[in-house]
Each structure stands twice: as structure tokens, then as C-alpha cells.
Ligand binder design. Structure first.
Ligand SMILES: Nc1ncnc2c1ncn2[C@@H]1O[C@H](COP(=O)(O)OP(=O)(O)OP(=O)(O)O)[C@@H](O)[C@H]1O
Length: 593
């Protein structure tokens, strides 16, 4: 979609508000023409020695009324302008957020969270800012036109002599302004990198400290800032130089008026009032050309920001960015329904069998994730996916759960093909915990329930805590379930974080539980208890990625991955006899246990 078309869609989003914006600001811009005419009248009365009669005071009163009227219209203009800007920025941020949440989870963000924030905040602002110019420009343009006509009727020659150089310089400046886009792109990119690095540094303070990398990280950050400094300087300098050239043309024009007016006044066909009229109207005309240039620069900036927002959308169609939708900006916030509430438990077909057929996935860099994987999982069974580092285990479960888009192959739930795994494999059908537990800076209870209502007396939470073998940990916490666990759960040990994530899965009472390396920070006994409790649960089918001996020993079925391919499957005893790869994995881990 072309930037212009997107902007037009934004105008059409709240057409009434936009028209009001144009009308009000046009009136604001046109009003200054009047007091200058009044002042000219007053000055000419002075120079013609007309007595200060009642008419004079009426003219003064009229000037005051005109300015008061302008204040009122400016107030109205600010209200409609700000409201409109909030609507369109809100719409774009809302659409961006939706697009982000609709993408397969493992692909949602291809940039750092800090950079993503910069796109949400700065790029949306700049993409919308350009629409704030036309309401101004329409009024300024009309005002400049009227001013030229009035000046021409007063003195055609002087009008012609000052306007022509202004138009020539403006046209040259507009050509030069095209370079703004290049400088702007570079400065936005450099700013994003700084914000992104800042976000990553804040998120990894501990890792930086333990690696003793403070100085080198700061050095890297300084370099990013230095780069940003130079790009921003070029960008700002360029814009300011262009602006000041135009500004000086205005002063040059004033000088020319003085020069030509002196001659005309000498021969008596140019009054003091005319002179004041010329000087003031000249500023209004030049103000239009300056703002018109500003709008063109703003359009170049908007194009850069839009391109960055489209890149952020990835394969979501561009027009999604400006899709019209009610965004609830005025009045009470509407209740948003969570995705779980769309799929009440009784409507779900309970899992009897999960089948994976010919599943393959290739990353965008042509790296094979998984290749032609086939297996079946029966209800109430425990399947362990094992394999060396980078053998494709995580890619496989992410594909099944729709966290990566389905490229090739099929996933069947009770022999029925799943069309859209990303919306299908959500609670209460399935629950998943990735390798790194994602906890929030809230209480343990909220981290487990994630906003879900608990039934009666903490039944869901208590059951989840028991299944996750967390009961003694909770008892030892200062405020038990109401203990706030800090950003990303930093107040808990690694094993506790993993089990709070597991408890969150159990609280969703899903039919299929998928764990990616859940037990890596658990001691042998806790791990054994956890798998035992899970296997005792009714209606719980489980897939776990693990190389740990306990999980392998308890598994009903083991899938062995190597270089993205499933090279064997069976029980532990079968694989120990037949699969060399498995023997090595199990042998190593067993020796370490
Ligand atoms: N987003 C990505 N882009 C490109 N390649 C990727 C991406 N994610 C994973 N890979 C590659 O795909 C292969 C399989 O990775 P995967 O994470 O599935 O392995 P794994 O068996 O789960 O590893 P580990 O045991 O270390 O978690 C690896 O070679 C990895 O480098």
C-alpha cells in the first residue's frame, strides 16, 4: 500500500473530526488578515490628520474582538486536533499490537523489545504527524492567496518584486528537502539501535555482571550513541539549514519592501498604512511557503516511519496497519474477552490421539529446523522428545503448537486435521512452557492464574501447586501465594521459576501439556515427584523435551531427534538396544546423574 493511500485511510477513519480540524484551523489562520487591515485604517487616519472620533474606538474594539475570537478558535482547534491525533495514533498502535499477537509466537518479534517500543511510540507518532499539517496549510494557503491579491491591488509592482524571489528560493529548497528522507532513515535506525540496546542491557544486568562485561557493554553502548549522535546531527542540521534559508528569504523580502516602499512613499503613492500592511502580509505569505516545506519534510519522515512499521508487520498485509476499527477512546473501557472465553471447555473435543504427519520446517535463512517428522501420541501417555543440542526438539514442539507457521505436513487431533494450530493449541486444549520461564512482576497467585478466576477456595491454584511440587516452596515464602516475585520472577530460584510456570500450565487444566526442558533446574527427587504426579492426573497427555534420565525412564514413548530428523522412536529399553544416538545421550546423562 502506498503511504498516501494509508494516510487517506486515516483521514477517512474520523472524517467529521478531520473536516472540523480543517475548518477550525482555516478560520484561525484567516483571522490575522483582519486586524492588519484595521491597523492600516487607523494609521492612515493618523497620517491624514483625521480626528480621533468614535470610529477610531470602534476599530480598536473590533481588533480586540477579532483577537478574542481567534483565541476561542485556537482552543477549539487544539481540542479537535489533539482528539483526532489520539484517534489515529490509537488506531495504528491497536492494529500493530493485534498483528503482533496474531503472529506465530516464536516469530512475533524479530527485533529487540526496545526497538519494538520505539516503533510503537516514535514511528506511529511520525507517521501520523504529517496529517496535522494539512488543516494548517489549507488556511495558510488561502490566507497567502488573499494577502497576495490585497497587496497586488495596493501596489502590483512591489508585490511582484518580492513574491518572485520567494517562490524561486522555495522551489529550490523543496528540491533539496528530498534528501531529508535519507538523513531521517539513518537517524531513526540509529535511535532504534540505541533504545534496543538499552532494553537488552536492562534485561541482562546480571549476565553482564557475572561475565565482568560492564566496560565492554558500555563501550558498545557508547559507540551506538556516537553513531546516533552523528546521524541525528546531520538530520537536524540539514532540516535547520533548510529552515533558516527560507527564514532569511523572509527577511530579505522585508528589506526589499523597505527599499521599494521608500521610493513609492517619496512620490506619495504609498502610505504608512500600506507599508504596515505589506510588512505584515508579507510575513503571512512567507509563513505559508515555510509551512508548506515543513509539511513536505514531514511527509518524507512519515514515509520512513511507515516503511519501518510495515517491516515490523512482517508478512501481515500492510493495510492492516490502518484497518478501521472501534478503538474505544472515549467513555468507559469495554470488557475485552480473552481467547479462552471463546472456547468453553464443554465445546472441546477431548484428546484421544494426536498425530503428526510429515512435518517439516525451514527457517528463513534456509536452515532446516525439522524434516519429515511422523509420530502419534495416545491419550494419557507421556512422550519425551530427546536429542543433542540443536537437533530440532524445540522447533518440533513449536511447530505442533503453531508457534511457528506450518509449512509442510499435517497435525491431527483425533484424526481431524488442525487447520490453524496457533489458535487451536491454546488452553484448555493445550498448555506450554518454553525453556525460559516467563514470569511477571506480580504475586505467585497471579502468575499461576494469569487473570483466570479461581473456583471457590483456591481450588485451581492449590491443585496446580500440588501438581508442580511447589507446596513446600510456597509455604516458605514470606507471604505465601501473595508474595510478589519481582521482574521475571527474580526472587525465586531457577527451579522455583520453572515450577511456577508449570503450575500455570496445570491451572489451565489442559488436555495436552507440553514442556520444553522443564526439569533442567530440578533435583532428581523433585523431578521424579513432578512426573509421577503428572502421570497420576486424569486426562493428562504430556510431551516433554528432555535428555534427563528420570524423564526418559518414565516415558511411555521416546522420540529421538538428530539434525532435524526423527531417527528413532520407542521405549527406553527398545532404544537402548537399537539406537546408538540414544545410547550415547542416555549414557552421558546417566553417568552425570
Ligand atoms: N529462529 C531461527 N532462525 C534460524 N535458525 C534457527 C532458529 N531457531 C532455531 N534455529 C536452528 O534450528 C536448529 C534446531 O534448533 P532447536 O532450537 O529446535 O534445537 P533444540 O534441539 O531444541 O536445541 P536445544 O537442545 O539447544 O534447545 C538449530 O540448528 C538452530 O540453530
Amino acid at each position: 500500500m502506498k503511504p498516501m493511500k494509508q494516510l487517506w485511510e486515516l483521514v477517512k477513519y474520523k472524517p467529521g473530526l478531520y473536516i472540523a480540524n480543517v475548518v477550525v484551523w482555516s478560520i484561525v489562520e484567516l483571522i490575522p488578515l483582519l486586524p492588519i487591515l484595521v491597523i492600516r485604517e487607523i494609521l492612515d487616519s493618523f497620517t491624514n490628520n483625521v480626528a480621533l472620533d468614535q470610529r477610531f474606538w470602534w476599530l480598536i474594539a473590533l481588533t480586540v474582538i477579532i483577537y478574542l475570537g481567534q483565541i476561542l478558535f485556537i482552543y477549539m482547534g487544539v481540542v479537535v486536533g489533539v482528539l483526532y491525533a489520539l484517534f489515529i495514533e490509537g488506531l495504528m498502535r491497536n492494529n500493530l499490537f493485534k498483528a503482533l499477537l496474531n503472529r506465530p509466537g516464536a516469530q512475533a518479534l524479530t527485533i529487540s523489545p526496545g526497538e519494538a517500543l520505539s516503533r510503537f511510540r516514535d514511528d506511529v507518532y511520525e507517521a501520523c504527524d504529517v496529517l496535522g499539517w494539512p488543516p494548517d496549510i489549507v488556511g495558510k494557503g488561502l490566507r497567502a492567496f488573499i494577502a497576495v491579491v490585497v497587496l497586488a491591488t495596493v501596489n502590483l509592482k512591489i508585490t511582484f518584486l518580492v513574491i518572485i524571489p520567494l517562490l524561486v528560493v522555495s522551489a529550490i529548497v523543496q528540491q533539496v528537502r528530498k534528501r531529508v528522507q535519507k538523513y531521517r532513515e539513518a537517524s531513526r535506525e540509529a535511535t532504534s539501535k540505541v533504545i534496543g540496546a538499552m532494553g537488552e542491557i536492562f534485561g541482562a544486568v546480571q549476565a553482564i555482571q557475572v561475565a565482568g562485561a560492564e566496560e565492554s557493554v558500555l563501550q558498545h553502548y557508547r559507540e551506538l550513541n556516537k553513531n546516533r549522535h552523528s546521524k541525528m546531527l546531520k538530520d537536524t542540521l540539514f532540516v535547520k539549514v533548510v529552515g533558516s534559508v527560507l527564514n532569511n528569504v523572509v527577511h530579505l523580502g522585508t528589506g526589499m519592501i523597505l527599499l521599494f516602499a521608500a521610493g513609492a512613499m517619496k512620490i506619495g503613492n504609498f502610505s504608512i498604512g500600506d507599508f504596515v500592511l505589506f510588512i505584515n502580509y508579507w510575513f503571512l505569505i512567507a509563513n505559508f511557503t515555510e509551512h508548506f516545506g515543513g509539511m513536505l519534510s514531514s511527509y518524507q519522515q512519515a514515509k520512513v516511519s511507515m516503511q519501518r512499521l510495515w517491516d515490523f508487520l512482517q508478512d501481515t498485509p500492510d493495510d492492516e496497519l490502518v484497518r478501521h476499527e472501534d478503538i474505544n477512546m472515549i467513555g468507559k473501557l469495554k470488557e475485552e474477552k480473552g481467547s479462552n472465553s471463546n472456547s468453553p471447555k464443554e465445546d472441546l473435543e477431548s484428546l484421544d490421539r494426536l498425530e503428526v504427519r510429515n512435518l517439516s520446517y525451514c527457517f528463513s535463512n534456509n536452515k532446516v529446523g525439522v524434516k519429515n517428522v511422523n509420530f502419534t501420541i495416545e491419550k494419557n501417555s507421556f512422550t519425551v522428545i530427546t536429542g543433542r543440542i540443536a537437533s530440532g526438539k524445540t522447533t518440533l514442539v513449536r511447530l505442533i503448537l503453531g508457534l511457528l507457521p506450518l509449512q509442510e505436513g499435517e497435525i491431527l487431533w483425533n484424526d481431524k486435521s488442525v487447520e490453524d494450530p496457533s489458535s487451536f493449541f491454546t488452553p484448555p486444549r493445550s498448555a506450554y512452557t518454553g525453556q525460559v520461564p516467563r514470569l511477571f512482576s506480580d504475586t505467585v497467585r497471579e502468575n499461576i492464574l494469569l487473570g483466570q478466576e479461581d473456583m471457590g477456595e483456591n481450588v485451581v491454584v492449590e491443585e496446580a501447586i500440588y501438581s508442580a511440587v511447589l507446596e513446600s516452596d510456597i509455604a516458605s515464602l514470606e507471604k505465601g501465594l501473595d508474595t510478589v516475585i519481582g521482574p521475571r520472577g527474580v526472587k525465586l530460584s531457577g527451579g522455583q521459576q520453572q515450577r511456577v510456570s508449570a503450575a500455570r500450565m496445570f491451572a489451565s487444566q489442559a488436555q495436552l501439556y507440553v514442556f520444553d526442558d522443564l526439569s533442567s533446574a530440578l533435583d532428581v527427587e523433585t523431578e521424579r515427584t513432578l512426573w509421577n504426579r503428572l502421570l497420576q492426573k486424569r486426562d493428562s497427555t504430556c510431551i516433554a523435551i528432555s535428555n534427563r534420565p528420570i524423564a526418559l525412564q518414565m516415558a511411555h514413548q521416546i522420540i529421538v531427534m538428530k539434525d532435524g530428523e526423527m531417527i528413532a522412536k520407542g521405549t527406553m529399553d527398545e532404544l537402548l538396544e537399537t539406537c546408538e544416538e540414544f545410547q550415547q545421550i542416555y549414557g552421558q546423562k546417566n553417568a552425570m546423574a
